[in-house]
Write a protein that binds this ligand. Structure first.
Ligand code: DGJ
Length: 559
């Protein structure tokens, strides 16, 4: 935070104190209101503006049941060790409206207050009608009233576990609770911007049933596909240009119809919430395999969710949802990268609300930040001693958190600069792949070559008798992120990798070499502070990045 912002915030906190005793809503100074968190887009790249400047979420998502004041005691120490700047944390319908119409926001108030004390932002996860597709976070008055809040039905009229997207009362009740929540956040937080984003529902869709076959769903299934869907979603098979779902989408019709129904339901909730308090909103996705050839649903993913093939339907039906975001729980390097490719689009910003917290995922921090993501969050970051293996780490506590924490610690002092560079398209990233092969990055006029499992002294092949491999490289855990901050200058952060940079522009017979390789950090005013200059053994064989990520400011030159 720069000084001007610091003074402004002090002034505003005084203002908040002065106004908080009043029952009426505080008057928001125009400048502060204009600085609401918002997503902006330029040239197909996105950034999240927080307090008027680009921000990158170095996130941590807590376990599912850590959304209670008592449980928060085991959240904050982990967040501190993680060096996260953003905490993703649930607000459950069952906890704010256990009795219909009686809202209790005491947890939200505690959370806001403690998040501010710990100087982190919040992304709130609205666990409403659907959480991992099921209704377990709805209040009991919803869960067990199937008449009023109907579940989906299969072709034989058998009731599914999943609430129907056609339940009018369900939508009305969920919307009412979400609007009450947004209203509360507005009243308590519009001067602070602690809450920077909302996730609407959690991993929606349905397992085991492609869509609702209840009588009211059947009537709608026979209707024509809405024009907005036709405009956005091309059929994977060439059929009718318009008409019913089956006529247009053939074997994909059931899935896409269900997707449209769920996306429309979510749209109603998001739209109503944003009308009260306009925060960026997104949906998260339990993925379909990004590498499998496209085929109709065969019980291999949750039908109706924002899977990569269905993003277009969410764009058509839910314009108040900014992002369809992947939750990644496969550390396979080809799948990981393919998922990023599928979700990072001109019309869809890249953000990873969840990824595994195991050691195999640590390297992806560099890939994701280098690709200019709005942010990402390993899942299961708190000290409640619940291990997420096999989705995530077998370990709990500090050993699970610290490998991510080291990376965040390196990025934190330059989080605002990094977000700005990413928005300008200056950032790049790689993660070591499972084959451990070298990777190259095409920079403007330069090329970076990244290799892995190298000793710090000498080139591969220089010492044929040495068979030992460097410590801590038994699993792929290397990664490098680079920002090209001017024509010949780079910021490099990474771990367990070697970086070389070579001229790749027009060749006029000259040779390139390191000019300066400064290790250091940015201070609070944004000034680069050099700690030492790398030279000799530290640069002769490339820049060898160890298990402790450092920030290098590199200048290249030619002779
Ligand atoms: C994805 C869900 O979105 C999370 O809430 C959690 O259930 C994880 N799966 C598994 O730990």
């Amino acid at each position: 935070m720069n000084n001007v912002t610091g003074h402004l915030l002090t002034f505003l906190s005084v203002l908040t104190l002065a106004t908080s005793s009043l029952a009426a809503e505080p008057t928001v100074p125009a400048a502060r209101a204009a600085n609401q968190p918002q997503l902006i887009q330029k040239d197909g790249r996105y950034t999240l503006m927080v307090d008027g400047a680009p921000f990158v979420m170095l996130g941590a998502q807590v376990h599912n049941s850590s959304n209670y004041p008592e449980a928060l005691k085991k959240v904050w120490p982990a967040i501190q060790d993680m060096h996260a700047n953003t905490v993703e944390i649930p607000v459950a319908w069952e906890q704010i409206e256990a009795v219909e119409g009686k809202f209790d926001f005491s947890y939200v108030d505690t959370l806001l207050e403690q998040a501010r004390q710990h100087k982190v932002r919040l992304v709130l996860l609205w666990f409403g009608t659907w959480k991992n597709t099921g209704p377990q976070y709805t209040p009991e008055w919803v869960k067990f009233n199937n008449q009023r809040f109907p579940r989906m039905m299969d072709k034989n009229g058998k009731v599914s576990y999943c609430l129907s997207p056609f339940g009018e009362e369900t939508l009305k009740a969920d919307k009412k609770a979400f609007v009450a929540l947004m209203n509360h956040i507005k009243n308590r937080d519009q001067l602070h911007h602690t809450v920077i984003m909302m996730q609407v529902e959690n991993e929606v869709g349905t397992y085991g049933l492609v869509r609702d076959f209840s009588p009211q769903a059947q009537v709608r299934f026979k209707q024509d596909v809405p024009q907005a869907v036709l405009d956005h979603k091309k059929s994977p098979v060439a059929l009718a240009a318009k008409g019913s779902w089956s006529e247009v989408y053939g074997d994909y019709a059931d899935q896409y119809f269900h997707t449209y129904a769920i996306a429309s339901y979510i749209e109603e909730i998001a739209k109503a919430g944003r009308a009260v308090y306009d925060l960026p909103m997104y949906v998260n996705n339990s993925l379909r395999d990004p590498l499998e050839p496209m085929a109709p649903w065969k019980d291999n993913f949750a039908s109706g969710g924002p899977t990569y093939d269905a993003i277009d339907i969410y764009k058509a039906a839910a314009p108040h949802i900014d992002i369809a975001a992947p939750d990644i729980y496969s550390a396979d390097s080809n799948k990981f990268k393919a998922t990023l490719d599928r979700f990072q689009r001109q019309d869809n910003a890249l953000m990873l609300p969840e990824m595994g917290n195991a050691a195999e995922y640590v390297r992806y921090a560099y890939l994701v930040l280098g690709r200019g993501a709005l942010g990402f969050s390993p899942f299961g970051i708190d000290y409640t001693e619940y291990s997420n293996f096999p989705l995530g780490s077998k370990m709990t506590g500090k050993p699970m958190v610290e490998p991510f924490g080291k990376i965040y610690a390196a990025f934190r002092p330059m989080e605002r600069q990094w977000a700005q560079w990413a928005f300008e398209g200056r950032t790049y990233g790689v993660a070591e792949n499972d084959a451990r092969t070298d990777q190259t990055i095409s920079l403007k006029n330069w090329k970076a070559t990244i290799s892995f499992r190298e000793w710090q002294f000498g080139d591969k092949g220089m010492f044929p008798g040495i068979k030992d491999l460097p410590e801590h490289t038994d699993i792929p855990n290397g990664g490098v992120a680079i920002a090209q901050i001017s024509n010949n200058e780079f910021i490099i952060v990474g771990q367990y990798a070697r970086v070389r940079i070579d001229w790749a522009g027009a060749n006029d017979g000259k040779t390139s070499m390191w000019g300066r390789v400064e290790e250091g950090h940015y201070d609070a005013s944004g000034k680069w502070i050099m700690e030492r200059n790398w030279n000799g053994d530290q640069t002769d064989y490339g820049l060898n990045l160890t298990g402790t990520p450092v920030v290098l400011k590199v200048r290249m030159g030619m002779y």
